[in-house]
Design a protein around this ligand. Sequence first.
Ligand code: 5MM
Length: 344
Amino acid sequence: MNLQKLETTANAMVVSGKGILAMDESSPTAAKRLRAVGVESTAENRAAYRTLLLGTPGLGEYISGAILYDETIRQRTTDDGSAFPELMRRQGIIIGIKVDGGAKDLAGHPGEKVTEGLDGLRERLAEYADFGAQFCKWRAVITIGQELPTRACIEANAHALARYAMLCQEADMVPIVEPEVLIDGDHSIERCYDVTLETQRAVFEQLYRQGVAFSGMVLKPSMVISGKGAARRAPVEQVAEQTLRCLRNTVPAAVPGIAFLSGGQSDEEATAHLNTMNLMAKNLQLPWRLTFSYARALQQVTLATWKGEAGNVEAARKVLLHRARLNALASSGSYDQAMEKQAA
Ligand code: 5MM
């Protein structure tokens, strides 16, 4: 393991004033997103959309790295036919790759999932490194329900995340460790806090057991937030406060940065939460940087503007850049809601 290389990459991923673009939708998820805006999910259309994203002029000013899906790292852009990794190098964006095999039903535990994909991972990492990937991502999902999550589900996912992370570091690639506590349900923010705390504790315990170097990884957590269907949804300040409280009780100081997922929050909510946390951070002397690794909170407005029309590419790139800029500002607590109304 080349710790110096890992630390350099991890620090560049969470560098001040930038965040990560998650665009690693697997083909079924990409199909769902494209169909929602009336676009057929062909390989050509997926490449066209991803060309729109990564070809946005100036994107590298706000985006440090982007997470690709296996298909994309092998594809060529639909404009000048460059390989996607080549386009990313030109944009100054670090190449990341999703390496998990998806969340599958956990045997014996109805309603719960475990993320698979460890088999053959060492060999796949070597192949992705040849494509220029410098970091990876693996997402585990934890569901909150009446009797959920079970300890068995938390431990199985934490163990897999740690095994994945150690394989990445062995290959000198930075692991993004993503334990997502889902927003689905009507649970309170207090319940989300308890589940997130238990999950993150289990994850760091397993990372430690497997020998993962905390200084060469990035955590991608969900925020501590009320369930989407909760009768009373906690306000922005409470989400920020409880998320920081949870992280301060679980994340080692050696971790260079935390890049949140948006998890089904609206664009504006996700930006406001990140901004408020960074404002609060000014009085807390936090050891890690707080930024974003959003998929939907950066992409939904972009997709809705594009709608598969070549004539909308410029407008879609404008709104993507606008959202990327607002989130970049939020990563230093410099965002203001009034900026939402400024022209994209
Ligand atoms: C891009 O979406 C990723 C999930 O892909 P699949 O479910 O298709 O494998 C996902 O891991 C994403 O990177 C994170 O959840 C963050 O996305 P959001 O939309 O929550 O910011």
